[in-house]
Design a protein around this ligand. Structure first.
Ligand SMILES: [Zn+2]
Length: 249
């Protein structure tokens, strides 16, 4: 028995402003829509991911990421590798390219406890959809690793990186490379990140202000053809630059 007490989760204003699915859950900017405009949460859309990477937008809320660290939710194995590097005083760098794009700190704190794929230690891509709003408090910790020092089980972390690069080969996923670990916030379950997000949002004031700055652009909302058109523009511009630039890469 593990009855869940419904209680309002903290939500960043820029995520609260996103379109919602029929159940009322916000739809991340990188989530493609099908022909009817319905979100297909299980797939990370290449067009949308590419647009976010090129325009330095948060993969969750679609608004720009300021210069400075970017954030991801990472799995247990990567958390341990980065923690070990950090403890040994080595520069913690993620050497393996990842298909998971970066976002704002508060948006990744939110994703950590609302996206089953990211939040549950035993979640696997393809079996668990990218979807917000599912409560994860009763998820089992099966598959999580144990930290040697404290005995605390690690399910993953929200991690900050000083910089990122990305590579895109048409027909493949966008691959991200993150360098310079700036912050590592391990969790057992993603819900462990709720108090930190609550604190971040509380610091904004009560009630939280409406999203400031540029909103999520229309081509990252419900219209998939707009997202694809924007990605095509970006690719065509890149190819034109390559032709103009001679050698290319
Ligand atoms: Zn964001």
């Amino acid at each position: 028995m593990n009855p869940m007490t419904p209680r309002p989760s903290p939500i960043p204003p820029a995520i609260a402003a996103l379109p919602r699915d029929p159940r009322g859950y916000p739809i991340p900017a990188i989530t493609p829509r099908d022909a009817e405009g319905s979100p297909t949460f299980a797939i990370t859309g290449t067009a949308r991911t590419l647009v976010c990477a090129v325009e330095r937008r948060c993969s969750i809320c679609g608004t720009p990421m300021a210069p400075g660290p970017v954030y991801r939710v990472i799995a247990a194995a990567e958390t341990e590798a980065l923690a070990a590097a950090q403890a040994a005083g080595r520069t913690a760098t993620n050497k393996a390219p990842s298909p998971e794009p970066p976002g704002h700190r508060e948006c990744m704190l939110f994703a950590a406890f609302t996206c089953p794929f990211l939040a549950r230690p035993n979640a696997r891509r393809g079996q668990d959809a990218h979807v917000f709003g599912e409560s994860l408090t009763r998820g089992t910790a099966r598959g999580s690793a144990t930290d040697d020092h404290s005995g605390t089980q690690i399910g993953g972390a929200v991690a900050g990186f000083a910089d990122f690069e990305f590579r895109y080969t048409p027909g493949e996923q966008v691959a991200f490379l993150f360098t310079g670990l700036t912050e590592l916030r391990p969790h057992h379950l993603g819900a462990d990140q709720i108090p930190e997000l609550t604190a971040v949002l509380a610091a904004l004031g009560e009630p939280p202000p409406a999203p400031t700055g540029e909103p999520c652009p229309p081509y990252l909302l419900d219209d998939e053809s707009a997202a694809e058109a924007r990605a095509r523009e970006i690719l065509e511009a890149a190819m034109a630059r390559q032709r103009g630039g001679g050698a290319g890469g």
